[in-house]
Write a protein that binds this ligand. Structure first.
Ligand code: HEC
Ligand code: HEC
Length: 373
């Protein structure tokens, strides 16, 4: 821009700026709420929305929109190196995306979409929920692998976001760049042509912003939608096995059989007269029948996350208590002892105080709720 006359140039359309704003908010929300187990469905809902925003942005990149189209990105490696080396010195100004942000934007699109797709797979294989819930049956043994992959993409996505922010801040501090302002008002200083949108592009831009917002609202108001639906079946133990239900719910929570392995159930059922200090004896016929039912539905025969992980977390010893398994301890280690002892809960074995439908065999993250007071 040595010879040119510097004027205000319109580079980012209203749609690009709104997209950027929505993306910042949505990605922020996704990363914050993943820390709360009970908000997992919302993590998924906002995640899908991020995916949709990116899909529109990619189509936008192939439309003939000045400064935003991929053709106007600068992927030249020599320019990138020169740009990075001159970051503290006298660096060249770019009107659209500079070489660093060109690469960052592409990386964010790829990693963002990869996070969404892998997230849908984890949601399906691990939780039995959402679009790919059917994968729980066939691929549950790989749930940890998919989770690792999802985290890898998400962390890489996060890393690029931080680099992008660092770059923008540095640019602002060192060069008084107008990049931040341009994402708000759309203008940069330069000597090139302003952006102009065709009618078709304006219509597309409107859809780009409106559809993800409606999509988000739709998912929020329709929890049984196929994209997020919980496909774990509630079990009516009373109907499935009346004796098990009647005998084993009389003193405590009805523990779903998938929470312990075969060995534990067999040992427990063979020693009911001395059951955690209580006498829970039954006649031989009922013992046999309950034992068979428990073994048939033990951890080994379940594809549920809790079953799979409990099984993985126990060693050679026979564990009779679910609360003695490493998985249980790990998942509850952050809960203060005083909470378990609070009046409404009583003791740690009172699972249903926090897992409201555990007695229907359901232990979904979204249903976990620690009672207050
Ligand atoms: C007479 C009362 C009584 C009956 C009947 C009874 N239990 Fe228990 N059970 C207990 C007590 C007491 C504990 C110790 C934990 C607690 O305080 O809740 C316990 C603990 C357990 C635990 C371990 C819970 C944990 O902390 O991880 C399992 C599993 C269990 N029972 C299964 C069964 C099954 C299966 C039946 C039905 C065959 C059954 N119980 C019937 C009294 C009973
Ligand atoms: C004081 C409330 C409370 C009680 C009582 C409680 N839990 Fe939990 N449980 C939680 C919370 C909170 C989490 C989620 C922890 C986390 O963030 O990972 C959890 C997680 C779990 C998970 C993992 C969920 C999954 O996705 O598979 C299992 C399984 C589980 N609990 C089983 C039990 C069983 C069985 C009992 C009774 C023996 C029990 N819990 C008692 C609060 C409780």
């Amino acid at each position: 821009m040595v010879n040119g006359i510097m004027t205000k140039i319109y580079v980012w359309s209203l749609f690009t700026r709104l997209f950027h704003l929505l993306l910042v908010v949505a990605v922020g929300v996704v990363f914050v709420i993943v820390e709360f187990e009970s908000l997992l469905s919302y993590h998924a809902i906002v995640g899908y929305t991020v995916g949709l925003l990116f899909v529109f942005r990619i189509i936008w990149g192939f439309m003939d929109v000045r400064y935003s189209k991929f053709k106007d990105f600068n992927f030249n490696l020599k320019d990138l190196i020169e740009y990075m080396f001159n970051i503290f010195g006298d660096k060249k100004e770019y009107l659209g995306h500079n070489p660093a942000s060109s690469w960052a934007v592409i990386a964010m699109m790829i990693l963002g979409l990869a996070s969404v797709v892998s997230g849908v797979i984890v949601y399906g294989t691990q939780e039995g929920m959402g679009l790919l819930s059917f994968l729980n049956i066939s691929l549950f043994k790989d749930m940890d692998l998919f989770e690792d992959i999802h985290e890898l993409f998400a962390n890489a996505f996060m890393a690029v976001i931080f680099m992008h922010i660092a770059g923008v801040v540095l640019d602002k501090v060192l060069h008084k760049s107008d990049a931040v302002g341009s994402m708000i008002d759309g203008y940069k200083k330069g000597d090139k042509k302003s952006l102009e949108l065709t009618l078709l592009q304006k219509i597309f831009g409107l859809l780009w912003i409106a559809l993800p917002v409606f999509f988000l609202l739709y998912l929020l108001s329709n929890p049984s939608n196929i994209l997020i639906a919980d496909n774990n079946r509630a079990i009516d133990y009373k109907v499935e096995h009346r004796v098990f239900y009647d005998e084993c719910i009389s003193c405590h929570t009805l523990y779903p059989p998938h929470l312990l392995p075969k060995k534990s159930w067999i040992t427990m059922m063979d020693n009911l007269q001395n059951h955690f200090g209580d006498d829970a004896s039954l006649d031989a016929k009922d013992i046999k029948s309950i034992k068979e039912y428990l073994v048939k539905n033990s951890s080994e025969n379940s594809t549920k996350e809790s079953a799979f992980k409990i099984l993985k977390s126990i060693d050679a010893n026979v564990t009779l208590a679910i609360t003695e398994t490493r998985y249980w301890k790990r998942r509850h280690k952050d809960i203060d002892k005083s909470i378990f002892e609070a009046k409404k809960i009583g003791n740690i074995s009172n699972c249903k105080a926090c897992h409201k439908n555990i007695e229907q065999g359901l232990l979904n993250d979204k249903d976990i709720k620690i009672p207050q007071g």
